[in-house]
Design a protein. Structure first.
Length: 356
């Protein structure tokens, strides 16, 4: 592969792009005392948010007062589904708009959060402009709040997703991505960020555990799945190590991996989320494995985190080529129906900072 091609990763033209930005702050007693009750607090806040959103041409905006974590995926129809810990948004950025308050009667949230879903047709190229709108929105929102000096946290989430076996399904056409770092992309487009910005770049991989894989891995009387998970984990570590990828994790306990920068955040898992913590500056972190030997999961979930050494001036194209090479080695070990089973890769790019 030429040097120029190593700087890019060639992904299916059907690759999906998503972006959503959240801003949030603690719901303190001082803030709440400005209102007669919870409902009027939430209602007043949401009205201010929707009016400002219209002013700044932000058309898919949600006020969240449930302390549930937003999760965003592409879908041809718009849905918002709740679990105990998640608020799952499914939508098509090209078509769907919404303003909605998410609250629970009588429930006092720890934080008030606004979720801005990107809209339009060219999400990645317009990401800096979208972020600039949120910055302007935040600056206008602050003086309208009943409490001064509210500590607002901004989190920008972007990901692209695609089926690793798209070519086996006849989708041959590809497009080259350099996958530049978010702060570099924003700087080129005159979107200014504070100095202290936390960044995290990583890949998640989902491999469905269908009948063919079960037949390959399991004996008919298997009740302890620990040895099965250990075998899969060992093969994954071997494949990633062969491509110099050492910030890796496997989750097979029914939970969704939630990746965080362990340098800045204290990590604790929940009923729905398996926290995965890596410090991108650490040179040789130990691989992570979480599984439940007593149950067979529907999906093997894997995480590969980019370190500082994986970030180049051109972007994360080389890193993604390493990820794809490792996955080719890894998936050859399993009986996967490539023409029908989707193995979804998502390349995530996150930044977060305190609004000034």
């Amino acid at each position: 592969m030429s040097v120029s091609r190593q700087k890019k990763v060639y992904l299916p033209t059907a690759t999906r792009k998503n972006q959503y930005i959240t801003i949030g702050f603690p719901l303190t007693d001082e803030y709440l005392n400005a209102y007669s009750d919870l409902e009027s607090c939430y209602d007043s806040f949401s009205k201010i948010v929707y009016q400002l959103a219209e002013k700044h041409e932000l058309y898919n905006v949600h006020v969240v007062a449930t302390d549930k974590l937003p999760m965003v995926r592409f879908h041809t129809e718009a849905y918002c589904l709740n679990s105990n810990e998640q608020l799952r948004f499914f939508y098509n950025p090209a078509h769907h708009e919404a303003n909605r308050l998410h609250s629970i009667a009588g429930f006092r949230a720890r934080k008030l959060r606004i979720v801005f879903l990107a809209t339009g047709n060219d999400i990645r190229n317009n990401a800096a402009n979208f972020h600039s709108k949120i910055q302007q929105f935040t600056a206008d929102l602050t003086p309208l709040l009943p409490v001064k000096d509210v500590p607002i946290k901004v989190r920008d989430h972007q990901h692209i997703s695609y089926d690793f076996f798209a070519k086996a399904k006849g989708l041959k056409e590809t497009y080259g991505y350099k996958l530049r770092a978010v702060d570099s992309r924003y700087q080129r487009r005159h979107c200014n960020l504070p100095e202290n910005v936390s960044t995290l770049n990583y890949v998640t991989i989902n491999i469905p555990v269908d009948r063919r894989i079960k037949k390959q891995l399991l004996a008919n009387d298997t009740v302890d799945f620990g040895s099965v998970y250990q075998t899969v984990y060992d093969k994954f570590i071997q494949a990633t190590n062969s491509k110099q990828l050492n910030r890796v994790a496997m989750v097979a306990n029914g939970k969704l991996p939630l990746v965080r920068n362990s340098k800045y955040e204290q990590l604790s898992s929940t009923d729905e989320f398996q926290m995965i913590g890596f410090d991108p500056h650490a040179q040789s972190p130990a691989p992570i494995g979480h599984w439940d030997s007593n149950k067979l999961v529907d999906v093997f979930r894997f995480v590969i985190v980019a370190g500082k050494s994986d970030e180049t001036d051109e972007g994360y194209g080389r890193f993604m080529n390493q990820v794809e090479d490792a996955l080719r080695v890894f998936t050859q070990e399993f009986d996967i129906d490539k023409e029908h089973v989707d193995v979804i890769l998502r390349f995530h790019q996150h930044i977060s900072y305190k609004a000034q």
